[in-house]
Design a protein around this ligand. Sequence first.
Ligand SMILES: [Zn+2]
Ligand SMILES: [Zn+2]
Length: 324
Amino acid sequence: MQAAVFHGDRKITIGEAPMPQAAPGEVLLRVRRTALCGSDAKLWVKGAQFTPGHEIFGVVEQPGHALHGRRCLVYIPVHCGHCESCRAGDTQMCLNESVLVGWNRPGGYAEYLAVPEQCLLPVPDDIDDTLAPLLLDTIGTAAHGVRFVKHLVPPQSTGPVLVTGAGPVGLGAIVALQNLGYADVFVSDLKEERLQLAESFGAKRHPVGDGSKRFKLIVECSGAHAARSLGMEIVLPRGVLILVGENDNPWPVQENKAIRRKDFYMVRTFYFPKSDFPLNVELLRKEKDRYRRLVDRQFGIDALPEMFDRFVAGELVKPLLAFA
Ligand SMILES: [Zn+2]
Ligand SMILES: [Zn+2]
């Protein structure tokens, strides 16, 4: 089968790789679509031990298995199903397993991969192949973050909210916020095309770095230290700053009056619990037209090296690797 190798130094090659073998408790998945994700840029720079790609959709090819032939997404956190977190429904924070598909075991920039059965999310027939991968990071991660803090800052009493970073997760957050009742959404980003897309979703521009307006809820999706630090300053008292974006570098925080003299919540959320999946499907059904606009390119595996360059350069919002 064909698979991508991330060598590091921004080099990706496509080559032949042995067919994966499904171990007991796993199934073979033939990939149909894998969405490119900004977090893979780390592996593009550093290199990856396993095939990356973690927004994976495909068809189970495991004759005899109950899900053989079914269209499924891959829920990337491998989880034990019986620890305290898993029993509470927090499968994304399993206390016994820390492996993520596409990070610590082979992912979806390949024709096939082996997937633990518990990580299969069957996709309803009315969700087409192109939209299905958005149910993971773009819808799942963004909507989970908003749902997690909603009781702290209910929409009725929250006023304007700010999303920093208008990449796929930020744009997903705008749609999720509006659907959960936050009508007045502002957005900041450096890229004009992304701002225009956000505006067409009904968000209003907020200049990057502008500290003059304060917000009860800030959804930080850029991972940029400057945006996080500014968020701590401009979040209103008793407000919430959610850190959805990620950053591997140390984050030095300079305390100041704006940060020190207030009570506020700074919240991190990661991915989403498996039990959110039906809610995410409902959200996608309601907002199909807007989500579809995020997918701006579909291409075969030979084009992955070039498309990845263009994606990291910010020319594409949510391109999909597609197999026939
Ligand atoms: Zn991702
Ligand atoms: Zn567990």
